[in-house]
Design a binder for this molecule. Structure first.
Ligand SMILES: NC(=O)c1ccc[n+]([C@@H]2O[C@H](COP(=O)([O-])OP(=O)(O)OC[C@H]3O[C@@H](n4cnc5c(N)ncnc54)[C@H](OP(=O)(O)O)[C@@H]3O)[C@@H](O)[C@H]2O)c1
Length: 306
């Protein structure tokens, strides 16, 4: 079914944030907090003590039907592949999209991944591509927000390494790929939920930095500039990843998935195009600006050098 572009939002839309307890999802929730022009409903499988939360499971369609009652906009960054099972990314996302269509949701904002359609060999990239296709075919007006690599992570191995004077990297010093800071990504997802310009609908929008993809040598140099502390590069070479990828599959689905992902990065195709980001969201920050904010928050500098 072709997606509609006529689904205007009510004056105070109800937005369901799916994945709201996650590292990124909590930032999306935070980016919408305190706004008087939206009613925010947050979803988790676990009961939460605060008001505004609804309990539902991506694997349980009936629970999704309940969670979606009265919802105008869905924003989802939920995933299962990182901590549990990739079934949530395939079956769970399909359940959510079907339930959203049944509920007559007016806008579906989905967090996807840059280049997910170029890497069928990376399981969680493929899951995003399958979900994107289901959304495009659902008839629900949508905004697909595609993220590149997160500079920051919940368990921030990069910041932890830098505290020991080491920049931990994967592959080599020179191949470039795109990055984003999750604080900035969360703001874009929140903006997409209620963006007043209906031209935003049915677009796929990459979110990254204004000055393009970066190599790990670039990143370590910028980190050294903003912190005033040079770090030595500690890189796991490509050949180790190539040797490990098949044995790892025997005991870790996530390990296999991530190794395949890094081997895809090696192709040089993990690149964001920020033209629609510039049009619909705030101007993308430069790599230096994003890295400076991250370094400051991680306590890598007392005072970021201007
Ligand atoms: N790391 C990167 O470099 C990178 C790059 C590009 C894109 N991404 C994408 O960014 C997102 C990361 O989000 P995050 O950091 O917030 O993830 P996270 O910390 O792993 O949290 C996962 C979230 O998904 C929810 N969830 C999982 N299974 C569920 C189920 N069966 N039913 C309902 N909810 C379920 C969890 O909710 P409950 O446990 O509370 O139910 C939780 O809120 C992912 O979509 C990932 O693919 C990551």
């Amino acid at each position: 079914m072709p997606p509609s572009t006529t689904g205007a939002l009510p004056k105070t839309p109800t937005v369901l944030v799916v994945g709201a307890t996650g590292y990124l999802g909590a930032k999306v929730l935070q980016a919408m907090a305190g706004r008087s022009d939206v009613v925010v409903r947050a979803m988790s499988r676990r009961a939460q003590s605060e008001t505004g939360w609804v309990q539902a499971d991506l694997m349980d369609p009936a629970s999704l039907d309940r969670a979606l009652q009265g919802v105008d906009v869905v924003v989802s960054s939920a995933n299962g592949y990182m901590k549990e099972t990739i079934a949530a990314d395939f079956v769970g996302n399909r359940n959510l999209i079907e339930a959203a269509a049944r509920a007559g949701v007016k806008r579906f904002v989905f967090l996807s991944i840059v280049g997910c359609d170029l890497a069928p060999e990376v399981p969680h990239f493929h899951a995003k591509k399958v979900a994107e296709d289901l959304i495009r075919g659902s008839g629900i007006p949508f905004v697909l927000v595609r993220a590149p690599a997160f500079l920051d992570q919940a368990d921030d191995y990069l910041a932890n390494g830098l505290k020991k004077g080491r920049f931990y990297g994967i592959g080599d010093r020179d191949i470039r790929w795109s990055y984003v800071l999750t604080d900035d990504l969360a703001v874009c997802l929140a903006q997409a939920a209620t963006h007043p310009d209906i031209e935003i609908l049915n677009n796929t929008i990459d979110v990254s930095w204004s000055d393009g993809p970066r190599s790990q040598r670039d990143l370590s140099r910028i980190v050294a500039e903003v912190t005033g502390k040079p770090a030595s590069l500690w890189i796991i070479p490509w050949w180790v990843l190539r040797l490990a990828v098949h044995p790892v599959r025997l005991f870790s689905d996530l390990g296999y998935d991530l190794l395949q992902m890094f081997l895809f990065f090696r192709t040089g195709k993990f690149l964001a195009d920020t033209s629609l980001q510039r049009r619909f969201f705030h101007p993308p920050p430069s790599a230096r600006d994003a890295i400076a904010r991250w370094a400051k928050r991680k306590g890598l500098v007392d005072q970021v050098q201007e």
